[in-house]
Design a protein around this ligand. Structure first.
Ligand code: COA
Length: 185
């Protein structure tokens, strides 16, 4: 006799993605994402071995960057995009103000989606949530920049209302596109 199928459980509604302040509860997922980003050469943060043993210290450096930035940096807040109820999907830096260097490249907002979470709209969403957060903090006009050949980032910025200001030489033989998202847009 075939075993009767188990009664169907009512499906839990999928938990929507949200922006989180970096927290130890996402440590495992964050370190997995770090390995993915290392594999594509896109990781400029702590070595995962250090993250394993000194995660709290790492989080403290992120908090310190909000109020006591390192020389040459501006105060900036880090946010993580959490999906599926607890998986780290990407991160965003919100710079509280611009300096000369950010005015040329970087702007107010920088973002990364981990490779295994790409092409599902999370980049657009993360940028949208970052813009909302910038507005909440009173930033009127938001500067976003990307390399001209970064098609995904161009689409993300344009989908979020970015208006192209200009394209400038980025000093690496390519162009940086600079966009403004102005208050009210
Ligand atoms: C850029 C990045 C954030 C995109 O994240 P994502 O989650 O894949 O983006 P989305 O799924 O929201 O896709 C946005 C658009 O770009 C397109 N896209 C995504 N990856 C693409 C790729 N590699 N090539 C071409 N188009 C791409 C998507 O199809 C989508 O297009 P649509 O508007 O026509 O539907 C991600 O690739 C990344 O982290 N890259 C490395 C860091 C980086 O470049 N950050 C931005 C610095 S300015």
């Amino acid at each position: 006799m075939p075993t009767p199928a188990a009664p169907l459980e009512p499906r839990q509604p999928a938990s929507p993605p949200f922006l989180a302040i970096p927290h130890p509860r996402y440590k495992r997922s964050f370190i997995q994402a770090a390995h993915e980003l290392i594999a594509e050469g896109n990781w400029r943060q702590w070595d995962p071995l250090l993250l394993h043993t000194r995660f709290d210290e790492y989080l403290a450096t992120l908090r310190a960057a909000e109020t006591e930035p390192l020389a040459g940096m501006v105060p900036a807040s880090r946010f993580w995009l959490i999906v599926d109820g607890g998986r780290f999907a990407g991160e965003l830096d919100l710079r509280h103000r611009l300096n000369d260097s950010l005015r040329r490249f970087g702007g107010h907002i920088g973002y990364t989606i981990r490779p295994s979470a790409r092409r599902r709209g999370y980049g657009k969403l993360l940028c949208r949530l970052g813009i909302k957060e910038a507005r909440r903090r009173g930033i009127r006009d938001i500067l976003l920049t990307c390399d001209a050949d970064n098609i995904a980032s161009r689409k993300i910025i344009e989908a979020n209302g970015g208006v192209l200001h200009d394209s400038i030489d980025n000093g690496r033989g390519a162009l940086t596109r600079r966009y403004w998202i102005q208050r009210g847009s």
